[in-house]
Design a protein around this ligand. Structure first.
Ligand code: FES
Ligand SMILES: [Fe+2]
Length: 327
């Protein structure tokens, strides 16, 4: 839903609609996050219209101005004498599960239950600590962007999950930094932890063991696929977060942002991160061009099934997990 820094203080909020259900996530006075269906309990209008905001005291429905607190309680019904017998206490915003893990904010687009809350808390498993270890929680959001492509959201995930394509697809761009078809994949529950070594990693052979672990992010791209639709790409001094949201079977909207250690205040700092982003989004453009090509190819009917080779087992894991859950 967001990076934790976007919801730092009480009353900071984000809304989110790409699950198909209007959601509102707010930092409460107690410092904890609360998640709600962003739906008025009078007649169902979307309550908060802004994408995000800071220090908001409460939320007022635009239709008849019922007002809700940061904690979701219904504070007032306009001309309340017309609602005799309606209990304010039972008309608060409906809660959804929300949690912070690995420096990111997660929610589910369905009514909260104690079981759903627990499942969400446990959803990242050990990867929550991995992300914190890479400083994801203490970073700042830079250069957020939204873009759409003509492909399934699953194809938008696939292009990140193997290095078999690296040499042919990225021949004139990032291939020179990496090896041909070389990567490590750990399956962590439904998720994937990938490590794509850079050619420079051979230099670590000369280093004492003590520094090798800390130097890993300098000599490899470390990519977390957080099931189902989020990627966190850890780079030497920053990270990128990309999430993919289906808006049709063959159309995806993506949200992406860069996580940097400090808010970039100078022109020089911004130019540095912009140059990094140009490399990343240049490479992902090459990937997404392949994804859109595959989408058109699928529609042709040429392939009744597609075939994953041994180097593509992470994709098989991802699609198996989707198929199992969708049933
Ligand atoms: S629908 Fe929200 S106040 Fe009427
Ligand atoms: Fe790629």
């Amino acid at each position: 839903m967001a990076h934790a820094s976007q919801l730092a203080a009480p009353g900071d909020f984000v809304t989110h609609d790409l699950t198909g259900v209007p959601l509102l996530i707010v930092r409460g006075d107690d410092g904890a996050l609360a998640g709600f269906l962003n739906v008025c309990r009078h007649r169902g209008t979307r309550v908060e219209g802004a994408a995000c905001g800071k220090g908001k005291k409460g939320f007022v429905c635009p239709y008849h101005a019922w007002s809700y607190g940061r904690d979701g309680r219904l504070l007032a019904m306009t001309h309340a004498h017309g609602f005799e017998g309606v209990e304010r206490e039972s008309r608060g915003l409906v809660r959804v599960p929300v949690t912070e893990a690995g420096g990111l904010v997660w929610a589910r687009a369905s009514r909260a239950t104690s079981r759903a809350d627990e499942e969400l808390d446990a959803a990242l498993g050990p990867l929550a600590d991995d992300l914190l270890g890479f400083g994801i929680g203490s970073s700042h959001v830079y250069a957020p962007r939204t873009f759409e492509r003509s492909m399934s959201w699953k194809l938008a995930m696939d292009v990140f999950l193997e290095t078999y394509h690296l040499r042919p697809t990225h021949k004139n761009t990032i291939y020179e930094m990496f090896f041909d078809n070389l990567g490590l994949v750990d399956r962590v529950g439904p998720h994937l932890r990938n490590l794509f070594p850079k050619r420079s990693i051979v230099e670590l052979a000369k280093e004492p063991d003590a520094i090798v672990g800390g130097a890993l992010r300098k000599h490899a791209n470390i990519l977390f696929h957080l099931f189902p639709n989020t990627l966190v790409l850890v780079q030497p001094d920053h990270a990128a977060v990309i999430s993919a949201w289906p808006i049709a079977i063959d159309r995806v909207r993506m949200h992406a942002y860069t996580l940097v250690p400090e808010p970039p205040l100078s022109e020089k700092a911004r130019a540095y991160w912009d140059a990094n982003n140009a490399i990343l989004y240049g490479a992902t453009d090459e990937d997404f061009a392949m994804g859109e090509s595959i989408q058109r190819g699928l529609a042709s009917g040429a392939n009744e099934e597609i075939v994953f080779g041994a180097f593509e087992h992470a994709l098989a894991h991802f699609h198996g997990e989707v198929a199992r859950r969708v049933g």
